[in-house]
Design a protein around this ligand. Structure first.
Ligand code: TRP
Length: 449
């Protein structure tokens, strides 16, 4: 079956940046920077984006673009049938499915907050009441299930349109919108009284009030960098298979990395001034976006409008990421099981929604056989399992594949036949990356015990 293709370079960049920019940038990055002391975490994060994220994204793109198939078959096309490295695709697809389940839950909550902003506003979210309201909201099955299924229906709807008229077209509309909103919110942050403290917290590397050790912060920063750039789940392999062989993936990779990092930083510039102006503790953890921020929206002049726009932004960002997560499976079902797009999308979308409902219903308590992850909460368990185990594992396998299995001619071609650059890249992928990723992976495996 002829593989579908993206229509243009700008379309690929929009779609890949759409995948990269998501809850990880808006929700994850800000709360993790908050709990890990701000500036120091941000600095390490940036180092990981450049030193590991960019070469890893390029590696995944190379596998997809030359393997020309789903995340598992691409490895076989480049190596041999039943290649050991198909396990990287398998791990990746499994992880993307798991992430999609909790993505749907969080996106659903954001949708609820967006609608609530429009219908009633945020004035009830005082510093005393915000947490209670949040807990009541997420315990309301009617609300959360409707929102989650509504969100998943959107995801399925976009994917039914296919690669060009679904994913690409949607991303080309939504991504510019997202940029305008986030820049507007960051500029608004500039006008707030707490902005100076916020910038100092976000950019000055200090350890004040940080409990985690340097190694723990580094592990968290690497996991966050991979997640944010959509790496380690074979999604970029799948998207790479839709890239025309004439296009330059080195420049596409750089542009996507810049866009994704810019949104993470802008999100910090939008969120922390509100947090500091409202006198909220920045190290509030995962509740930062749903509990702390609404307090700011409820108390500031114009806060209602800002809040509505903010949660709209979150839903848009989550949508373009969720479609990439599901497309991974759709592509697999199409290529390996000969299903047509409609069947593949509906089947995988419905199954993901059902598991997602499980994730939603088990919120607040976890599966006992996953307690070794260090958490007894199912959403947390999924998060830990994917971020700290499956993603780095798949990433390690990808670097080993490109370093030791991929034909050098493919690498050479991507570097415009510049032998020195291609060789430097290869050495880096062969030696430096496996060591760095391996060390972090090992340390997070050890932390499970
Ligand atoms: N990058 C997205 C975020 O930051 C999440 C995501 C979408 C993702 N697709 C992915 C993460 C593939 C890893 C792999 O929220």
């Amino acid at each position: 079956m002829e593989n579908e293709k993206f229509g243009s370079k700008i379309g690929i960049i929009a779609a890949t940046a759409g995948s990269a920019v998501g809850l990880g940038n808006l929700w994850g990055f800000s709360y993790k920077a908050g709990t890990n002391g701000g500036g120091f975490f941000v600095l390490i994060y940036l180092l990981f984006v450049v030193s590991l994220g960019v070469p890893l994204m390029l590696s995944e793109f190379m596998i997809g673009k030359n393997g020309k198939s789903d995340a598992i078959t691409s490895f076989e096309n480049l190596d041999k049938k039943g290649s050991f490295f198909t396990s990287a695709g398998f791990t990746g697809i499994l992880a993307s499915f798991l992430v999609l389940t909790f993505y749907g839950v969080l996106a659903g909550w954001s949708l609820i907050y967006f609608i609530e902003g429009i219908t009633t506003g945020f004035s009830a979210y005082t510093s005393e009441a915000s947490e209670t309201i949040f807990n009541e909201t997420i315990m309301s099955a009617k609300l959360t299930v409707t929102a989650q299924l509504g969100f998943m229906a959107l995801v399925i709807g976009v994917l039914l349109g296919g690669v060009q008229s679904g994913i690409e077209k949607m991303s080309k509309i939504l991504m510019p919108m997202l940029f305008v909103i986030i820049i507007g919110l960051a500029l608004y942050g500039l006008t707030l009284p707490g902005s100076k403290d916020a910038y100092a917290f976000f950019f000055k590397p200090t350890f004040e009030g940080v409990e985690a050790g340097v190694f723990e912060i580094a592990t968290a920063a690497m996991a966050q960098a991979f997640f944010s750039l959509s790496l380690g789940m074979a999604v970029i392999i799948t998207y790479g298979s839709y890239v025309d062989s004439k296009l330059d993936i080195v420049s596409i990779t750089k542009q996507v990395a810049v866009a994704d990092t810019a949104v993470a930083l802008l999100a910090g510039l939008a969120i922390f001034p509100i947090v500091f102006s409202a006198g909220i503790d920045p190290s509030g953890g995962p509740g930062l976006m749903f509990i702390s921020l609404p307090i700011g929206f409820g108390s500031m002049a114009g806060g209602r409008f800002i809040g509505i726009v903010f949660f709209l932004l979150v839903v848009i960002a989550a949508l373009t990421s969720a479609i990439s997560l599901l497309e991974n499976t759709v592509s697999l079902l199409k290529n390996r099981f000969g299903m047509d797009r409609v069947k593949a999308t509906i089947l995988s979308g419905v199954v993901a929604s059902i598991i997602g409902l499980g994730a939603n219903y088990t919120f607040g308590f976890g599966l006992p056989f996953l307690n070794w992850t260090g958490s007894t909460d199912f959403l947390d368990q999924l998060d830990l399992l994917t971020m700290n185990l499956l993603i780095p594992l798949s990433a390690l396998l990808v670097t080993l594949f490109v370093g030791y299995r991929l034909k050098f001619e493919y690498i050479l071609k991507e570097f415009g036949n510049n032998e020195t650059n291609a060789k430097n890249f290869l050495t880096y992928v062969k030696v430096v990356m496996p060591i760095l990723i391996g060390v972090v992976l090992l340390s997070s495996i050890l932390s499970f015990f």
